[in-house]
Design a protein around this ligand. Structure first.
Ligand code: 5GP
Ligand code: ZN
Length: 120
């Protein structure tokens, strides 16, 4: 198993470590999914790799499968929670202009209401 990187200062690494509680929706060796503390839709989940990757810019080609798994798990949660047919949105915000506020890569899964486009 590849070595997992953890940053003790990182909020999501602390959730992975169990130091901060989270409402978990899915967990395996590589990934964790939990409900966003400030939900923007009836279902708002965050899917994260357990290893610390700060932004999408920091992900390597060797982590392509891991990044792909974020989407696979998001879809599984959308199906399980009954939102697959109606639809949903997945988003990764990157750095300041992308609206990133927590610097541990995470895929947002939003569902349960009609989402506007373009985003604000
Ligand atoms: P970003 O703005 O970086 O794309 O998304 C960060 C998300 O993390 C935000 O939607 C925010 O509500 C969520 N968040 C921030 N702190 C916590 C926390 O302690 N627990 C959970 N579950 N979500 C958090
Ligand atoms: Zn982290």
């Amino acid at each position: 198993m590849p070595q997992r990187v953890s940053d003790p200062e990182c909020l999501f690494c602390r959730i992975v470590a169990g130091e901060i509680p989270a409402d978990k929706l899915y967990e395996d060796d590589e990934l964790l999914a939990f409900r966003d503390v400030n939900p923007q839709a009836p279902l708002h989940a965050l899917i994260i790799p357990k290893t610390h990757i700060a932004t999408l810019n920091d992900a390597t080609a060797g982590q392509a499968a891991l990044l792909g798994r974020l989407l696979v798990v998001a879809t599984e949660i959308a199906v399980e929670q009954g939102f697959a047919e109606a639809g949903y949105r997945t988003v990764i915000n990157c750095n300041g202009d992308g609206g990133q506020s927590v610097y541990h890569i995470h895929l947002h899964l939003l569902a349960g209401r009609r989402l506007a486009w373009p985003p604000g």
